[in-house]
Design a protein around this ligand. Sequence first.
Ligand SMILES: [Zn+2]
Length: 250
Amino acid sequence: MKIVFHSKFTHSYTHDPAAAPGRIESILAALEGKFSMIEPDPAEEGDLVLVHSRNHLERVKIEPAVYEIAKLAAGGAIAAASRACQGEPAFALIRPPGHHASPDSCWGFCYFNNVAIAIKKLIEDKEIEKAFILDFDLHYGDGTENVFRGNSAVAYHHPEGKGRTDLMEGIVGLLQKVEGFDILAVSAGFDRHEKDWGGSLTTQDYRTIGQHVRETATRVCEGRRFGVLEGGYNHEVLGLNVRAFVEGMA
Ligand SMILES: [Zn+2]
């Protein structure tokens, strides 16, 4: 298991909860000494336009600091996906998040759709033909859905549930029955935790989800799997939740 990380992700690039000071540090503290890390390169414009319009790029560029860090985050997802294809699972510890970024618009602290760019690049480079994206963030990844709507090569799922038990049954049940893809990507948001905005999942639940991600990838696609950080805003528990998921997935 590799953690894809760059020290620039600790910089607070704007005033939103995803960019809050201390957020990335809380995750680093929990992962420290447990996993080896690799540094990503920024995504190239040619990668970004696999998913986004030129107009969207120009609008993000209006704030150069945001454009630079968003490009590096997309590069982090690309690096994690590439590792997964080489046979080693990976987790991209990146921000800004991406699943609310559509081809020509964005909201919800997102700018470029990191996981979508990584998957599109793997398909473009003929590394894979089909992908499955599990999104367990509290919020529905409308951007990812918009990118892949009508695209039979990529399935996007955001399980819903009434309460913790129902939700976990939905996530685990989904993973146990899916098949027919070459890589399993996870939009890993931790804002459903009992001490975060969603108020439902436990830290142990994230470990369980990670274990099912590993089992599903092993069953379906020779173990190819990677995760990218989306939401998660309570710094007191975020690091422990990321660690539980990553350890489960490793
Ligand atoms: Zn969220």
